[in-house]
Design a binder for this molecule. Structure first.
Ligand code: NAP
Length: 460
């Protein structure tokens, strides 16, 4: 894939970038390693100052940065502005709390005295996706920089201007050279960099294929990896749910970020008693969404991120229909320029169909009718993925019992999904491993070093 900005609202190329050569990458990694040598010795307070400056500048430039997101990947402009604020919040959160999270842990061993010191590892490598171009980077870079690591980032090839803008924020905020480095390289070259001895850990957010390739390389080189991959999240509606509220959240859960969200609600599973009424209202609301230019503040559903993404989801819908699925709403590309797909609902889905097994990244909802709560849980768990999921019920205790039985990294009761700085984020099964955000997120790329103190004459 070439590195360029293509406006998905028009599919016109806006700007192209040259890939960095191997020697440029080598020089930049050397600078990151050099920066680590001093950054690791700087106090949390000093590190925090740089990071708070980055967050402040990000907030100041909210409008222009949000426009870049919308231009490059089609997110609705109001949601892009929300992403900038959320990203700044994450940066501030780690800048404020890292020292507390990484404080020494006193141990009480049977013999002698000991404690755990949290030490940085060195240069860590992040491979990031286009769907949340600022938020994903903030999740990875902020905790690592506060640990004392330095970061090199390979961002998705279709958001180069966002990638450059983030690096510029660090430069303008007084970050030392090499603390945060953007590598303009293609995905194909990302895995090769993992074997570089100067890289001490790798994290990838993206597809299963890219994750498996990067993690295999990390394994070969005995390096720690974190993977945040795709999902096929269930959205369970029980008979005691507030149906109107469930429908409202179902629409948000499916079309937020134009449906291109790892934790989007993708499989709508309604128990028999309320299935018809839910489906009718869900269809009505989805069909009334105003589709159009994501820069227009009245638009409710924008284009997909790229023509390739629109072609892929239209093909997944077609393959499902060919295999026997029924279309309740939509089902086609919109007849207008740009990477647009109609809001769509599919039913009569069975194992083996594309819409049953694969992640649908766009405004296409899979609808399932099941006998009861247990059947809903069984269907929810019949997925290779295990990222998020939700359950709608008026009985919170019942919701907690259902949540406990869903095999995923996150379950939301009476909400489609949620993320904030102080809540952990991550999945199980083929959705990856490791966690980002919260205190858990800062413990991924850190050396939990044991330091033991003995008296010289202690017995061995
Ligand atoms: P992708 O194709 O895997 O791309 C993600 C990143 O990986 C990009 O920077 C890409 O670079 C790079 N890449 C591609 N092939 C690679 C390879 N063989 N080795 C190393 N790096 C490689 O994924 P996407 O389609 O952009 O992103 C959407 C996916 O991300 C969805 O599945 C979504 O669910 C998932 N996601 C997960 C989370 C989470 O937290 N779990 C969050 C957001 C998104 P190029 O752009 O240069 O190809």
């Amino acid at each position: 894939m070439s590195i360029q900005t293509v406006n998905p609202n028009t599919n016109k190329i806006v700007k192209s970038f040259d890939e960095m050569s191997d020697s440029t990458v080598d020089t930049l990694v050397a600078k990151a390693e050099k920066a680590y040598a001093s950054w690791r010795n700087i106090s949390y307070t000093e590190r925090g100052k740089v990071m708070h400056n980055v967050a402040l500048l990000m907030r100041k430039k909210k409008e222009s940065l949000a426009k870049l997101i919308t231009l490059e990947m089609g997110k609705l402009i109001s949601q892009a502005e929300g992403e900038i604020v959320l990203s700044a919040d994450i940066i501030d959160y780690y800048a404020t709390n890292a020292e507390k999270f990484l404080a020494d842990i006193e141990l009480n061993p049977e013999f002698g005295k000991a404690f755990i010191r949290h030490s940085p590892l060195g240069v860590v490598f992040g491979v990031e996706p286009w769907n949340f171009p600022f938020y994903q980077v903030a999740r990875f870079a902020s905790p690592n920089i506060m640990i004392g690591n330095t970061v090199v980032i390979k961002h998705a090839s279709m958001v180069p201007q966002c990638a450059i803008a983030i690096e510029d924020l660090f430069k303008e905020s007084g970050a030392p050279e090499g603390l945060y480095t953007n590598l303009l390289i293609s995905g194909k070259r990302a895995s090769a960099l993992v074997s570089d001895v100067r890289i001490k850990g790798v994290s990838l957010t993206g597809s299963e294929a890219a994750g498996a390739s990067l993690a295999a390389e990390a394994g070969r080189n005995l390096k720690k990896s974190v993977l945040e991959l795709g999902g096929n999240d269930p959205f369970i509606i029980l008979e005691d749910a507030d149906i109107d509220k469930a429908v409202e959240w179902a629409v948000v859960g499916r079309v937020n970020n134009n449906g291109e969200c790892c934790v989007a609600s993708k499989r709508f599973i309604a128990v028999e008693a309320i299935a018809d009424v839910f489906l009718e209202k869900f269809k009505d609301k989805l069909s009334k969404l105003k589709v159009g230019d994501p820069m227009d503040r009245t638009t409710e559903l924008g284009p997909l991120s790229s023509e390739e993404a629109a072609v892929l989801i239209a093909d997944q819908v077609k393959r499902s229909i060919d295999a026997g699925a029924k279309v309740i709403l939509g089902g086609n590309r919109l007849k207008r320029p740009g990477a647009f797909m109609e809001p769509t609902i599919l039913t009569d889905l069975t194992p083996g169909m594309a819409a049953y097994n694969e992640e649908l990244f766009g405004p296409v909802a899979s609808f399932y009718r099941v006998k009861d709560e247990q059947a809903a849980i069984d269907l929810a768990n019949d997925s290779a993925f295990g990222l998020g999921g939700s359950v709608f019920t008026s009985d919170i205790e019942r919701g907690k019992l259902v949540a406990d039985k869903i095999d995923s990294g996150m379950v939301f009761i009476n909400h489609p999904t949620w993320t904030q700085a102080d809540l952990p984020f991550g999945g199980t099964k083929r959705s990856g491993y490791g966690r980002e955000l919260s205190e858990l997120g800062i413990h991924e790329f850190v050396n939990k070093k044991l330091i033991r103190i003995s008296e010289l004459n202690d017995p061995f």
